[in-house]
Design a protein around this ligand. Structure first.
Ligand code: GLU
Length: 174
């Protein structure tokens, strides 16, 4: 079972997210990742296969990622091997939407095919990545509208944490 944490506030997010993920380690996981953003800047994403300590090391205890808003994830792979690329967060092609997901998108194969036909490039083997591209497809500036449309199309189970580049300081959860 994966873990999801989010933080937005006045403090640096990355160390808080890492601390939150460490409290969820007992649930089991095979890789971990963070997306952190500072004000209007796009999210920076760092992922690491294996123990959370690998992510801690890769981000210098979180100090390498500057920003006060972010989402973090520990992954228990269901679709795609444990790897840096398959770790969450997943992004749309423009790098403006970041998604972490707990669960399984049962109908991701036909959805992935449809999005590929529309020109979306997939980089991972996960079911989750289709959510990032579907959000991109439906997002016209209203996050709740886009998320609602996406959730009407997906079947399966999900807990989601989402950030949009043009929605500073906000985390969306479903
Ligand atoms: N199905 C997703 C994946 O394989 C999420 C797994 C999880 O809940 O950690 O990446």
């Amino acid at each position: 079972m994966c873990g999801i944490v989010g933080f937005t506030g006045n403090r640096q997010a990355a160390p808080i997210l890492l601390d939150g993920l460490s409290k969820l380690e007992y649930r089991g996981y095979d890789s971990a990742g963070l997306a952190v953003r500072d004000g209007d800047a796009m999210a920076q994403v760092v992922k690491a296969k294996g123990r959370l300590s690998n992510l801690v090391e890769k981000t210098d205890n979180g100090n390498a990622l500057k920003g006060t808003c972010g989402i973090g994830h520990t992954r228990w792979a269901t679709h795609g091997a444990p790897s840096d690329i398959n770790s969450h967060p997943h992004m749309n092609n423009a790098g403006t939407i970041a998604v972490v997901h707990n669960g399984i998108i049962e109908n991701y194969i036909p959805l992935k095919k449809k999005m590929q036909d529309k020109g979306y490039q997939f980089v991972s083997e996960t079911d989750t990545e289709v959510l990032a591209h579907l959000l991109d497809y439906y997002y016209k500036g209203n996050p709740l509208e886009a998320i609602t449309k996406v959730l009407h199309r997906v079947e399966g189970s999900y807990a989601l944490g989402i950030m949009f580049a043009d929605q500073p300081d906000k985390i969306f959860a479903a």
